[in-house]
Design a protein around this ligand. Structure first.
Ligand code: MN
Length: 308
């Protein structure tokens, strides 16, 4: 990934507004799929020209890997070896399969189905991201997403951190009409997600039965999007199927999604940072000078040694 040029062009579909409910600004399909290392077959939905930084902030990148079958492999590792990050957080969600993480700040963990790993790179870490060894040996389906959550300028050089969030830590709120919402970050109907965030973020993982309506209340100034992982949903007068991303307009506090069939939907929302985004490879900073500093710091070993 190179430095992104921000486009102000948005895909406009419908502007039919019910009072208090956000309209849909655009429905976005996946981009071309690519391998991250040899373990993660993903589409990078953003950054992209159609989903510019200011419409998805505080998120800066979303890689989504729909369910994919991996054959058993008796030995070897599948994934990405040691690489640096600075200036943001990586948030990895696994619904199927198992991802193992290790970083040079001393954190390590495995996330399995329903777990979330919230890693704060901030001032800088090296980490590796592989399929869990047992999963590699046994094979199976991998279904995951990785988000890059931007940090405000004042926190970009904060100490690195790590939050292993297991499925048991995540509160579940029933949805009228059938299904449930898992509250990973922020608040939903009185339930508070376990993730500690630097800026206000609401992250929900919803399983909806056909006909169920998910209603979420978030400030209208927050950016908001929903990814359909399974099934088909309706938002306003638009519909979106598996693999599509719904970008909501910032025109009302309420967000509504109705399941037209059994559906799995991830809702991502947060307060936009309103700061310049200069992203280059594994670094997300505010200025080109800060990117140059990050590269220089990595080259002179300032991010610490890489473990064996
Ligand atoms: Mn990484």
């Amino acid at each position: 990934m190179s430095t992104e040029t921000v486009s102000t062009t948005a895909t406009t579909t419908t502007t039919t507004t019910t009072a208090g409910v956000r309209s849909v600004e655009g429905i976005h399909k996946s981009a071309r799929f690519h391998w991250v290392g040899d373990g993660f077959f993903v589409s990078t939905y953003f950054p992209s020209q159609k989903l510019p930084a200011e419409r998805v902030s505080p998120f800066v990148l979303m890689d989504y890997g729909p369910p994919k079958e991996f054959a058993p492999t008796p030995k070897g590792k599948r994934g990405v070896g040691w690489h640096p990050h600075r200036g943001f957080e990586t948030v990895t969600l696994a619904w199927e399969g198992s991802v193992a993480h290790r970083d040079n700040a001393g954190h390590a963990g495995t996330i399995g189905p329903g777990d979330v790993q919230w890693m704060t790179a901030a001032s800088g870490i090296f980490h590796e991201e592989y399929h869990d060894e047992a999963f590699t040996r046994g094979g199976g389906r991998m279904h995951m997403m990785q988000l890059w959550v931007n940090l405000p300028s004042k926190d970009k050089m904060a100490k690195p951190g790590y939050q292993p969030i297991t499925t048991a830590d995540i509160p579940r709120v029933p949805v009228a009409g059938g299904g449930h919402v898992r509250v990973i970050a922020g608040e939903h109907e009185g339930a508070r997600g376990p993730a500690r965030t630097f800026t206000p973020i609401t992250m929900l993982d919803a399983e909806l039965h056909a006909g169920a309506k998910l209603q979420v209340s978030i400030p209208s100034t927050f950016n908001a999007l929903a990814v359909v992982a399974k099934g088909r949903v309706r938002a306003g007068t638009s519909t979106a199927g598996a693999g599509e991303l719904i970008l909501f307009a910032n025109d009302a506090p309420g967000l509504e999604v109705v399941a037209e069939e059994d559906a799995h939907v991830i809702v991502l929302s947060g307060e936009p940072l309103g700061e310049p985004v200069v992203a280059y490879g594994p670094f997300v900073m505010n200025t080109v000078a800060e990117i140059e500093q990050a590269i220089s710091d990595v080259n002179r070993g300032a991010l610490g040694p890489i473990p064996d």
